[in-house]
Design a protein around this ligand. Structure first.
Ligand code: SAM
Length: 377
């Protein structure tokens, strides 16, 4: 198990990376900005580029309300050729700054991901995996003329064939109940309190869920590494990198998104301890019985329900839609959230988190797991 980390990213050694504008959002076109950064200086790049959705008309639901689709100016290209030229330019610029042991992630949909993938291979990137992000709450296909588009694809690639790279094989097991992590990830789209809104409207049409970035950053970087996002939008990558004790650099063309991202990141505190520790008990428990996710899936607890640490009503966490616990800006498993309140000491979340029964008695959540076992047998 890894030791607890109390330092902020600035305290990590970043050998030779002092020339980088660390922990900043830079306003500008990413192709030009990337040219100003030193060669081979970045450990991890996550890119969520324009999708080139090619929406020809506004979309309406059956009740004639307008669908809040991605129709922003930044997503419009005159033709596939223009999109490919743009893609080749930003991918080449990313490859130049990526360290020889670094990796690049690109997320996209069927509109663009095949073009992006081919250009990546043409430029010399070596594809390590494609990940399917299965949206547990996708937007329906309102016109009923195609399948509901319920996933996005992420391509993960190293700089060249055979280059070394970081893969935190054990750390990511924490996202899969202690078992080997697979290439299909089930996560909800960004909604509820996580979604940044201004006067009730979405601040950014394509804000990605923090849980997605958490997996990516934990899987393919180390504390103290430099994570760059050339299309940072509302700042998701930078906010999660900061929380996970990585350095971050975000590039964004639109000044109002830059403002939103800066404000958001300012409010993020680095997590008290290293979230990438694997709790070996998770693995043995996966063999022994239901996981916390199973308890939530069975409806014994619901997203939004409060839990209380050591039955203390002043130490509260909220169950998230992906069956973790949220305490302010911190989100983690029941064990990680338990350690949050025990100064980093190991904590068995099953015994320390309490829920309120209908009769207002507080009981440890382990009771719910046992109830599931009883129903199943
Ligand atoms: C798909 S969104 C990224 C959303 C982001 N992942 C988030 O969670 O908020 C793409 C972003 O790239 C920005 N963008 C488009 N072209 C750009 C360019 N050439 N350089 C920098 N940013 C650009 C857009 O303004 C938009 O905010």
């Amino acid at each position: 198990m890894r030791s607890a980390i109390q330092a902020s990213p600035a305290r990590f050694e970043n050998g030779g990376k002092t020339a980088l504008p660390l922990d900043t959002i830079i306003q500008g076109d990413c192709i030009g900005v990337l040219e100003t950064l030193p060669e081979s200086s970045i450990d991890l790049i996550f890119a969520d580029p324009p999708y080139n959705l090619q929406l020809r008309q506004e979309l309406y639901r059956p009740n004639m309300t307008r669908v809040d689709a991605v129709d922003d100016g930044w997503d419009k290209f005159a033709s596939f050729r223009h999109y490919d030229d743009f893609t080749r330019c930003w991918l080449s610029a990313c490859r130049r700054v990526l360290s020889n042991t670094g990796t690049l992630w690109v997320i996209g949909t069927y509109h663009n991901i095949y073009r992006v993938g081919a250009i990546m291979q043409d430029l010399g990137f070596w594809i390590l995996n494609d990940i399917i992000w299965i949206k547990t709450n996708p937007m329906p296909n309102f016109r009923g003329v195609r399948f509901t588009n319920a996933h996005e694809t992420l391509i993960w690639a190293s700089k060249s064939e055979g280059s070394k790279y970081t893969f935190n094989h054990h750390g990511v097991k924490a996202f899969n109940d202690g078992k080997q992590m697979r290439s299909d990830w089930r996560l909800p789209i960004c909604a509820g309190s996580e979604r940044i809104r201004i006067n009730g409207e979405k601040a950014h049409s394509t804000q990605k869920p923090a849980a997605l970035l958490e997996r990516i950053i934990v899987a393919s970087s180390k504390p103290g590494d430099v994570v760059l996002d050339p299309f940072v939008g509302s700042g998701t990558t930078a906010a999660v990198a900061k929380q996970l004790h990585r350095h971050w650099i975000g590039i964004e063309k639109e000044p109002h998104y830059v403002e939103i991202a800066r404000r958001r990141i300012q409010e993020v505190a680095p997590a008290i301890f290293d979230k990438i520790e694997e709790d070996p008990r998770d693995r043995s428990r996966a063999k022994r019985g239901p996981s916390f996710k199973d308890v939530v899936a069975a409806g014994l607890l619901k997203p939004g329900d409060p839990l209380y640490f050591s039955a203390d009503l002043s130490r509260c966490a909220v169950v998230t839609t992906d069956a973790r616990l949220e305490i302010g800006s911190f989100v983690g498993s029941i064990h990680q959230a338990g350690r949050h309140f025990s100064n980093g000491s190991p904590c068995n979340g099953w015994d320390h988190w309490y829920f309120m029964e209908k009769d207002e008695t507080l009981r440890p959540i382990d009771v719910l797991r046992k109830r599931m076992d009883t129903h199943a047998s």
